[in-house]
Design a protein. Sequence first.
Length: 278
Amino acid sequence: MWEYTDKVREHFLNPRNAGEIEDPDGVAEVGSIACGDALKLSFKLDENKRIADAKFKTFGCASAIASASALTEILKGKTIEEAMKITNQDIADYLGGLPQEKMHCSVLGQEALEKAIENYRGISHKRPEEEIVCACFGVTDGEIERAIRQNHLTSVEEVTYYTKAGGGCENCHAKIQAILDRVLAAKRSEKEPEGRPRLSNIQKIRMIEETIEREIRPSLQHDGGDIDLIDVIGNRVLVATRGACATCQASQITLKSFVEWKLKEFVSPDLVGEEVAK
């Protein structure tokens, strides 16, 4: 049996904020009952744009219920920008830790939060470019890569603990290992030894281009928009939007909450996105 902390037991036996908010500002559903874990998260903002209430509905084990309950408690009182910084490890830490084999429950919570925020901001969270790696649990290559990067995973077993990928028939283990090898090799090449100068502008531009192609452009194209990199001046990333994005009244929200967010996540936290006329 798993070793659960008292706080996990408390949030499982007496979950906080179970239910669904009527007319929520942000809402998302992740996972699936067929795969064993499903979570619906909704939240409502107050007049100061802070999260006044958050509720959840979930289908899953004790860790899934406790993680969702903990997430809703963590969210209350936070701004959207503060909520964006919440990680699956924050959820686990709030509960005093989770068994390693159950960390995928906290990852599910973070995924629901990210998609609920995207829903609030009117951004599509669909990732048409991602491919299913684990057919048993419907886990994509993008989800596996993000879990590896964020949680510093180094083995197929750890990937299974955090995403459930590979926990069924195991036919996808070779694909998971290939993703691990690629991501870890990239992280080694990105890591700068002490005393080495910071990224050159050319290196920075290359990483920004890769992030736009892999993480940003597919989502914008899915909604009829597109984006072009114009220039990089220091930490300022100058971009021009096209298609639906160019005429959308929420283009500045998209730039700051999605484009800049992805650039900070995958390239440098110092980057600032700016839209310019092409």
